[in-house]
Design a binder for this molecule. Structure first.
Ligand code: FES
Length: 130
């Protein structure tokens, strides 16, 4: 019989430290040293290990941007590129891989994804479950 893996909840921040479309980088372990990025988008929190699936860069510390999409008119002719406010991406500062904050996956390469952690919020505190 195999034992279920256990998780431990680590209190990492106050709720007010992560505003809408904001981010907080927190330490989640010292051996080895590890950090995680916690993001709030549409009121929900997501947590990912701060390690890019490409070459290990600090992906969670990159720029936060909306996805760029092409705006089409009724005839499907392009009216140019626009930011999609319904998405939130982070851009790894090393080589520019983007990750959708909602899924943790690269939008064009779903095989590249950040490692997600469960995150919870209660009593004004945020906890990451490791
Ligand atoms: S290490 Fe993140 S894009 Fe290369």
């Amino acid at each position: 019989m195999t034992a279920e893996p256990t998780t431990r909840a680590v209190d990492v921040a106050g709720s007010e430290e992560i505003p809408e479309r904001g981010r907080l980088i927190v330490e989640i372990g010292t051996t080895p040293p590890r950090t995680a990025g916690i993001f709030r988008f549409r009121g929900e929190l997501r947590a990912y290990e701060n390690r890019c699936a490409h070459q290990g860069g600090p992906a969670c510390q990159g720029r936060i941007v909306s996805r760029v999409r092409e705006d089409l008119d009724d005839r499907k002719a392009s009216r140019g590129l626009v930011f999609d406010p319904d998405t939130m991406h982070i851009v790894c500062p090393w080589h520019g891989f983007e990750y959708d904050v909602t899924t943790g996956a690269h939008p064009g390469r779903p095989d590249f994804a950040l490692r997600a952690f469960e995150v919870s919020e209660s009593g004004g505190r945020v906890r990451v479950h490791l």
